[in-house]
Design a protein around this ligand. Sequence first.
Ligand code: FAD
Length: 496
Amino acid sequence: MATTDIDVLLVGGGIMSATLAILLHRLDPALHICMVEQLEDVALESSDALNNAGTGHAGYCELNYTPKDKHGEIQIRRALEINAAFEVSLQCWSTLVKEGVLNAAEFIQRVPHLSAVWGEQDSAFLKKRHALLQAHPLFAEMQFTTDEATLHDWMPLMMSGRQHTTHMSATRVGHGSDVNFGALTRQLVAYLKTRPNFTLLTQSRVSALRQVQHRERSGWQLRIQHLPSGQSQPYHASFVFLGAGGGALPLLQQSGISEAQGYGGFPVSGQWLICNNEALIRQHHAKVYSQAAVGAPPMSVPHLDTRMIEGKPALLFGPYAGFTTRFLKQGSRFDLAKSVKFRNIKSLLGVCRHNADLTKYLIKEVFQSHEQRMDALRVFLPDANSRDWQLAHAGQRVQIIKRCHQHWGKLEFGTEIVASGDGSLAALLGASPGASVSVKAMLDVLQRCFGDRMQSPAWQESLKSLIPSYGESLIEDAALLRRVRNDTLSTLNLAQ
Ligand SMILES: Cc1cc2nc3c(=O)[nH]c(=O)nc-3n(C[C@H](O)[C@H](O)[C@H](O)COP(=O)(O)OP(=O)(O)OC[C@H]3O[C@@H](n4cnc5c(N)ncnc54)[C@H](O)[C@@H]3O)c2cc1C
């Protein structure tokens, strides 16, 4: 069978591949790009609206982005970096809205971001965190209150029926956002499909890949199986991106690149309680995050979220994390077992030995009853009625396991790009802060794999026109931040 030649092959049709496709298409419209998705459409795994929390992560409300160091001091660097990275996404989306590629109303909404805490210790933490963050221009709009009337005004539903408000405090940023990453992905792909040189293959799985290094032809040889017919077709690509979400690790292992050695995955499932009472949904308009329970992993910080899904407001609480052996929601229960290899077994054993508490926590979460889940919700909504809430499954997150000399292996809760030394293949592992920083993450892929072309005046100019702050620091340059933020907030209708 004849081999189909392409320049760029993107495995997976989620937000990451869609973002990389749009960047590459703008930088070089002559590149032939092929996106391969095993499901019947794009954005049906983690990027789908109900499979993630839709928070435009900017560090406004997520308390785990400002951890304490070993001296008990609050560190704000991570929150600043995530905020600046999210501004890069907002700029890219704004330019695409102005050009008519995206429709803002269909994928992003203004939903204030709040952190709320109870108790003397957590209130003192929140007050200090606010003081540190608000002193930086990125967080200048953040408000703090312990005042009961203001708390009622900010979150009326959460305050109703509450007996004790002493030592309750909250922060609020009005221009926080709810992002429907599924709708965003579908809009990006719908636009790409109108362009020459872009091909989308759905119900098609990348089942094998192998590096080829002949003098006349280097790159990757792939087999793509059309699932309904079972037929496989050979492809050759100069560059491959494994944007396969939880499916990226097995393909990375199959690639055989030395940079992948020692990597493993630790899958964590997620569940929400979804409100079915319209009157309650209308009374809440915020994303309210609080502290994670002691021993809980950072991705299970509880939050009560206003969401906009298919044009309708919704109210979700969670996520409840749980133990799973699947790497994708629609994956196989043998995914975890199949990922164990000679080259990563030491890292996996190290993680098992040093994270027994986390495993126990996740298994306990799986066996919670509806009433136990409701009890967690009642910390937020004291009057919550079990009949108003239904359980639904969210997406899977595969946390990164990598080598570490001290403990053999360590568990990471962030995102990481693993790329081959020659820049012909890159994979995205991990899921936090996730889709919110997809533009910055994909710019990092380009930097690692298209380094020379990224320095060319043509690509620099093109990136500047898409992301006005490109190449400059929004953390250091307050005047640039003001200009950029005024523009993105107004273009995306996030201003108050
Ligand atoms: C519970 C939960 C809450 C989250 N909350 C947030 C949030 O509030 N804000 C935020 O920014 N991020 C959040 N995230 C993270 C965010 O959802 C992910 O970072 C993002 O969606 C990942 O996009 P992706 O394109 O890498 O993967 P996906 O959207 O999962 O897409 C990967 C695609 O690859 C396909 N695929 C896999 N293997 C193959 C193969 N061999 N061949 C062909 N196709 C294949 C899959 O079918 C899938 O469609 C959350 C995630 C979870 C699970």
